[in-house]
Design a protein around this ligand. Sequence first.
Ligand code: PLP
Length: 354
Amino acid sequence: MKKHNYSAGPCILPQEVFEQASQAVLDFNQSGLSILEISHRSKEFVEVMEEARQLALELLGLENKGYKALFLQGGASMQFLMVPYNLLQNKAAYLNTGTWSTKAIKEGKFFGEVVEVGSSADKDFRYIPTGYEIPQDADYFHCTSNNTIYGTQMKSFPEVSQPLVCDMSSDIFSRQLDFSKFDLIYAGAQKNMGPAGTALVVIKEDILGKVTRSIPSMMDYQVHLNKASMFNTPAVFAVYVSMLTMRWLKNKGGIAGIEPLNQKKADLLYGEIDRSELFQGYARKEDRSNMNATFSLKDDSLKERFDSMWNEAGVNGLNGHRSLGGYRASMYNAMNLESVQVLVEVMQELERRA
Ligand SMILES: *Cc1c(COP(=O)(O)O)cnc(C)c1O
């Protein structure tokens, strides 16, 4: 039986993407070759890469606006250092909203001064800080749009005069934003756009070339841009499956088409967390993530019963991050409303039995 997969990442992808990808493993576009064995320099794969780069810009509404898309390796974690390598001359401003921002800040410090302009560490990252000031002389401002572990999401972004850099790993393509406000967006594919193995980087080209340090080729965005994301062998299969997922999303009406469903799923689950006497949410209400809902049982003695109930209902991956415990329901684009209904029914059944 197919599970209701709430894993934070690698995560659920559309069933039709799994089917298309498995077909391509056997015979890619009737080429007589598997997607796993074709040359990355073949015409067929160059077309896949170009479609993937194009779709990313199209879905974000960033075509013909000076942006380019790359599919790089090393995950979002590599971007924690590529960003400062390419952009940090003296000083950068970072907003600390949790584990991932903390890691990005750590890497930034290898390259210059990092000013933590705001942090929600004082309340275990349950909220998104506001009212912070960004130094005028910062080379860029970095934030994390959605904190995958604590279940918080930035609902608005500050107006900044410097380049705005955002780690959108866990909510890319999930909600409409004015993406042209951002100068660099990155996302590990395995949260909401594909399998593990590649990271999408969308860059407004005019922010590059401002640092004086020399940059090793693999770390240099300009090198990857000049080679159309083919400086070295890309993650062929991961890019292909990401492309299929973006095609699927485009056919659903793009971000505008999927956003109402994401809202419905989040409303349904948070509604139950708030209604039920048995559960409590982790994040401050106004900062709750529509992608990763974090919650826990008020009474831990019900844990064993609840865990076996959701397991039996075919729910997978509901345990909270190992650093936080409790539960985390990741409801990425490919998750149906029905899967959330299944979870909510289990929560209600627990209440009846408790
Ligand atoms: C998962 C995650 C990362 C790390 O991604 P990797 O691809 O594993 O390096 C970074 N930022 C956010 C917001 C994440 O959710």
